[in-house]
Design a protein around this ligand. Structure first.
Ligand SMILES: C[S@@+](CC[C@H](N)C(=O)[O-])C[C@H]1O[C@@H](n2cnc3c(N)ncnc32)[C@H](O)[C@@H]1O
Length: 482
């Protein structure tokens, strides 16, 4: 029954778990094979409406033997799935009282399943209409981990990667065997999601790290443009993608990333990930604690902070299946209440980050598509009296992945902007990525700056359109080799 017990939590509604179904299952330490767990949960979710009909019609839940064993609805759904909806048609377990009690109802369940097929006029399960939730990223992104290897000789060293055929756009990654070098993030590449990247030596040794493109934005923005920091904080670090990415930008010997993580289990994962990514280099100091409980004056040399707090995760695909489990999903009121709660927490944590004495850049990000957690948090921060007093402003587009086209939502800034031009300017200081359409997860990032280092850049935004035009003209003139 182990497989069923391990799979059960993923079928239960949850408002706290983050990430896609697949990433959550594969990052948890399970006794069963994560592949088997994922396959079972995924397929049970896929046929859930039909499975529930079979359960209801068979009245199995009212049976004394099932009641006595307190078999949960989720467990029952998986058992019905395996008995009726799977190709094997049997329960994946040795002798167990739950299996015995369940199989007492086999004849009834199979009869209800047959009636269901007749009702929907299908001969086979595969013909049942299901809402396909594609949990897969359109592009598998990986970055060469420059902490562990040299990006220049990476392709000479790793023939599996060298054999891939370069393409010019993510749209050209139509099959295995192709590779796209990203235009926005250094050392980042896109390949077909079906490539067996995790079987390569480079992946196993930590020389490459799988990380969605948009998730690479914060650490890059923090260091843009050649604005390196000797001491950085990652306020909400686990599982550590942005932490190790930020560490890869450290230039001076002795530089450090302080990583904070509130959740004990996730702090362990963070430790593991950082160890793989940094090897024997002492670049990351991990603390298991609530970041808001830290004392800023204890970190007098920190100049840059990445704040990627818990959010609704609405930009992550593969969540729709999970969210559909939540009885409240779809009720706008409840959703809004939850989003507002998250936004309050996000505001608090960014404000704390801004209070570090030498901080000059804070990058805020979420994997949410909702303005409540994104632009509206930025607006609340910009309106805050104490934050204004500390001198924080939103960075201009010229400092924040300026070539990335999708920016913040302009209409969200009307409450703090006198003109439309100002709305455009503020929204330009934020970047957005749309799920799938932009090659990966939905994402939002905004960059706050303060201090004289950036005084000149404050006026750059108005000139941005002119610079862009100039660059485009230069590009057209470029006739050199590629
Ligand atoms: C979105 S995830 C971070 C993902 C991570 N930045 C990455 O790219 O791999 C948010 C993390 O912040 C942690 N967290 C939430 N509130 C926190 C707090 N007050 N202090 C420290 N960590 C916190 C959560 O437990 C969760 O692991």
């Amino acid at each position: 029954m182990r497989l069923y017990f391990d799979s059960e939590p993923y079928l239960k509604p949850s408002t706290t778990q983050k990430g896609s179904l697949q990433s959550r299952i594969f990052s948890d330490s399970l006794k069963s094979s994560p592949k088997q767990v994922y396959a079972l949960v995924y397929s049970t979710l896929k046929y859930r409406p039909y499975i529930q009909q079979v359960i209801k019609k068979s009245k199995i839940e009212t049976s004394p033997s099932i009641k006595k064993l307190r078999i949960s609805r989720e467990l029952l759904e998986m058992l019905v799935h395996d008995l009726c909806f799977s190709a094997r048609g049997r329960i994946n377990s040795g002798n167990h009282p739950i299996k015995t009690a369940f199989l007492e109802h086999k004849t009834r369940l199979v009869a209800e399943f047959t009636k269901l097929k007749l009702k929907y006029k299908v001969k086979d399960v595969s013909e049942l209409a299901v809402e396909e939730e594609n949990d897969e990223t359109p592009v598998r992104w990986f970055r060469i981990n420059t902490i562990k290897c040299n990006s220049e000789d990476f392709f000479d060293k790793h023939t599996w990667f060298a054999k891939l055929q370069p393409v010019n756009s993510i749209k050209d990654i139509t099959d295995c065997g192709m590779i796209y070098k990203d235009d926005y993030i250094p050392n980042l590449y896109g390949i077909h999601p079906k490539e067996k990247l995790t079987s390569t030596d480079a992946y196993k040794s930590g020389e490459v790290i799988i990380q969605d493109r948009a998730s690479c934005f914060p650490a890059h923005i923090l260091n843009e443009i050649n604005d390196y920091h000797d001491q950085v904080i990652d306020a909400c670090a686990a599982p550590g993608n942005k932490t190790t990415h930020a560490a890869s930008y450290l230039v001076k010997p002795g530089s450090i990333v302080y990583a904070f993580e509130r959740d004990a289990k996730r702090a362990q994962i963070l430790k593991k990930m950082c160890a793989i990514a940094t090897g024997d280099k002492d670049l990351i100091h991990i603390t298991h604690c609530d970041f808001t409980s830290t004392t800023p004056s204890d970190f007098p040399e920190v100049t840059g902070l990445v704040v990627d707090p818990s959010c609704s995760g609405s930009g992550i695909f593969g969540r729709a299946l999970q969210d559909s489990l939540n009885d409240n999903a779809g009720e706008d009121e409840v959703d809004l209440e939850r989003l507002n709660k998250l936004a309050g927490f996000q505001f608090k944590i960014v404000k704390h980050a801004m209070s570090f004495p030498k901080a000059r850049k804070v990058v805020y990000s979420t994997c949410s598509i909702h303005a409540t957690e994104n632009e509206q948090v930025v607006v609340d921060l910009l309106r805050d009296g104490e934050i204004k007093k500390m001198g924080w402003k939103l960075a201009p587009r010229s400092m924040v992945l300026s070539n990335w086209e999708r920016r913040g939502w302009e209409q969200e800034f009307t409450s703090i902007a006198a003109t439309n031009e100002e709305c455009v300017k503020l929204a330009g200081g934020c970047v957005r990525a749309n799920p799938k359409e932009d090659g990966g997860i939905g994402f939002f990032a905004a960059c706050f700056i303060r201090g004289k280092n950036y005084d000149e850049t404050q006026n750059q935004d108005m000139e941005y359109e002119d610079v862009k035009e100039e660059l485009e003209e230069e590009e057209e003139e470029w006739t050199g080799f590629d």
